[in-house]
Ligand binder design. Structure first.
Ligand code: MG
Length: 171
């Protein structure tokens, strides 16, 4: 017997699909920078992509633990045409994270309405995680503003991001 509310099951499924979309979007951003000979920044986005896949898996496991079933939707192809400066790619990444945050807030809100305290508590971790994600990207955007067209500074920035290990807090 299912104990999970149909609306919550749908919302978690949407969330997993959004995390997978994010993982794909970051994979494309990584490719853009690797192609620009900025492998350090590429590394940053590859790790971002891995993290989004991990988020999707965490939620996938949780969904099954509460008796739900996963449904993969039609994943929209991510943006792959990165015109403009490097900063604008990071701004796009921040926009995506803001969308993820809104989606998580909605789940927490609905979980509370349905008195689904298990889902509420599970997604609290993601609320905190989003603060981290947004903060990291905002700091990197600020750094890129300072770098401007200074190529030596960009070289150092690329090196710094190349040193990012999985899970490490960068900025
Ligand atoms: Mg995520």
């Amino acid at each position: 017997m299912k104990t999970i509310h149909a609306e919550i099951e749908k919302l978690i499924n949407d969330q997993i699909n959004l995390e997978l979309h994010s993982a794909n979007q970051y994979l494309c951003m990584a490719s853009h920078f690797i192609d620009e000979e900025l492998a350090g920044i590429g590394n940053f986005f590859l790790i971002q992509s891995q993290e989004e896949n991990m988020h999707a898996l965490k939620q996938y496991n949780y969904l099954h633990n509460i008796g739900g079933k996963f449904r993969l939707g039609d994943l929209k192809a991510p943006d792959q045409n990165f015109k403009g400066d490097y900063k604008s790619v990071f701004e796009k990444a921040l926009e995506l994270e803001l969308r993820v945050t809104r989606s998580i807030y909605n789940i927490v809100d609905k979980a509370q309405q349905h008195k689904d305290f298990a889902t509420y508590t599970f997604f609290e971790w993601f609320v905190t995680e989003q603060v981290e994600e947004e903060s990291t990207l905002r700091k990197l955007i600020k750094k890129l503003e300072m770098i401007g067209s200074n190529t030596s500074a960009l070289f150092l920035f690329d090196q710094e991001l190349g040193g990012r290990k999985s899970g490490a807090n960068l900025a």
